[in-house]
Ligand binder design. Sequence first.
Ligand code: AHG
Ligand code: MN
Ligand code: MN
Length: 338
Amino acid sequence: MKGYQIKTLNEFIIEKQTEFAFARGELSGLLQHIGIAAKIINKKVNKAGLVDILGEAGATNIQGEDQKKLDVFSHDQMVQSLKSSCDCCGIASEENEGAITFDDEMSKDASYVICTDPLDGSSNIDVNVSVGTIFSIYRRVSPKGTEPMLEDFLQPGIKQVAAGYIIYGSSTMLVYTTGKGVNGFTLDPSIGEFCLSHPRMQTPKDGLIYSINEGNYVKFPEGVKKYIKYCQVIDKDTGRPYSSRYIGSLVADFHRNLLKGGIFIYPQTASAPKGKLRLLYECNPVGFIAEQAGGKATDGFRRILEIKPESLHQRTPFYTGSINMVNKVEEFLQSEIM
Ligand code: AHG
Ligand code: MN
Ligand code: MN
């Protein structure tokens, strides 16, 4: 009898390990533990509304944002799973002011650090709209056997060894890259495994969707205002007007545009001159995926992955998605400063 033909995330990770010379399985172990954390967070997200996990935790994070109970749960779960992997010596999380370092002997000997947004789009959780988890993995620069240092986390995005996200949507998916293309796995709840469903993901070079919080229109730079008007003009050749789609969870907005083609923009505004999204936890990992899928990620002027971070919670304007669309908005932005 013919069995159920699947490739699980763990099988895929082990298979790919052989592509890295001298790989000792540490990265594989890490990715597998992220998969476990994802399943546990997924279970909690699915039960939200039934168990007491909705709403505010009653605290604010370092960025002055109200923490939701699920933000705290997801953060704690990521820390717990990564610590028990023993393949990670420290974590920088959107929900914690400083980097968290693991001081047990096994973890101190590990080669990798992780940056994470444990729950992205948390304002959407109470209304049953998609949220996500984002992660980014770097090889430490400090010597093994010691506690990791700030420099381990403040590396430019081009140094990422792997990055990905989990989207808790109508189905749950894990999408990741190790710099050799992007692959997507869908959680099959009947067997509790992420199964390869989207091999070698590539994003269209052009798209018909623009995603931006247009409520902030009056605060946008002139170039962005002009680009939005460009998106709305009728032009049969380019398929305009484009559709406007904005969920308010970066992971969900980016994932839709990755599959269909489109652009996601969170620009600098008059009240937030550096933008809102965080370089380490959101823009670098998403930017790495975008590039690996044939798309682009910039701050309007510079490649996101080449920005040297100065602090853990640094923000940046963010333009990402289909390459021709990002190039177009950059033309508008750059013509404003000439
Ligand atoms: P987080 O929930 O991790 O703080 O992230 C929220 C982010 C991002 O997911 C989304 O793209 C953006 O904030 C939405 O911001 P606005 O509500 O200002 O549009
Ligand atoms: Mn976020
Ligand atoms: Mn978050």
